[in-house]
Design a protein around this ligand. Sequence first.
Ligand SMILES: NC(=O)c1ccc[n+]([C@@H]2O[C@H](COP(=O)([O-])OP(=O)(O)OC[C@H]3O[C@@H](n4cnc5c(N)ncnc54)[C@H](OP(=O)(O)O)[C@@H]3O)[C@@H](O)[C@H]2O)c1
Length: 240
Amino acid sequence: MNILLTGASRGLGLKIAEHLLSSGHTVYGVSRSKSDQLNALQEAYPDQLQFAAYDLTDASNIKTALFDELIGSDIPLHGFVNNAAMAYDDIITNLKVEPLQEMYQVNVISPFMIVRNVIRHALLHRNPCSIVHVSSISVHTGYKGLAMYASTKGALEAFSKNTAREWGSRGVRSNAIVAGFMETDMSSTLSAEQKERIYRRTALKEATRPESVAEMAAFLLSDKAASVTGQNLFVDSGTI
Ligand SMILES: NC(=O)c1ccc[n+]([C@@H]2O[C@H](COP(=O)([O-])OP(=O)(O)OC[C@H]3O[C@@H](n4cnc5c(N)ncnc54)[C@H](OP(=O)(O)O)[C@@H]3O)[C@@H](O)[C@H]2O)c1
C-alpha cells in the first residue's frame, strides 16, 4: 500500500512509519524537519520512504507540495494517517487568538484539506482508501489546560464520522484512534507528578505505548479492517 503520513519525523509518527515500512508498505512522510531517526529509516528503506518538508500552518500549497510533487498523480494512494499536531495548552482564561489559530490550522484545517485531496486522488484512481485520524483521550475525559487542544481533536472525530458517511459508498473508510497519554516530545513538559496523576486514571496504570497505537493504525489502514468505518478506536491504557 501507499500511505501518506504526517508528523513522520518524531514520536508516534516515527513509530507508525517504522511499522508500515517494515511491513513492506510505501510511506509518503511529511513534517517540517527531517530527524536523524527518519534519515536512518530512509537509509534502511530507500525505495519505500519518500519525504517532503512541509509546514502544515500553510494549507494553501497542500495540493502542489504533497499531491503533485511528493506523491504525483500517477501513484494510487491507499491511506492517509493524520498524525501531525501541535498542542497549545493553557487555561481558558489565558486564551490568545494567535496560537489558537495556528493550532487549528495545523490540527484541523490542513488535515481537512489533505482529506479532500486524498479522496479526490482515490476517486481518480478508482481504489478504496482508508483515512486514520489520531485523536486524543482528552476529548472524552477532559484535562485541565487542554480545552483548546481537545477541541481540535473533537473536530477531527466529527469530521471523520461524517467523511465515513459521505464517502463510504465510494470505498472510502475513515476512523479515529483515540490515543491515551504517550511519552513523546508533546508530553515532555509534564512533571513526574502530573504524569503519575494521568497514569492513575488508567486501568493499566501506565502510559499508552506508541507501538500499540501504530499497530491499530496499521490495522485500520489494512483490508483486515474492511468493515470498520466511522468509528473511534480507543488505545489509551483503559483510561477511566
Ligand atoms: N503524546 C501524547 O500524549 C498524545 C496523546 C494523545 C494523542 N496524541 C496525538 O498523537 C499525535 C502524535 O503526537 P506525538 O506525541 O508524536 O507528538 P510529537 O512528538 O510532538 O510529534 C509531532 C509531529 O508532528 C509534526 N508537526 C508538528 N507541527 C507541524 C507542522 N506545523 N507542520 C508539519 N508537521 C508538524 C512534528 O514534526 P516537525 O516538528 O518536524 O514538523 C512531529 O513529527 C498527535 O496528533 C497528537 O495530538 C498525543
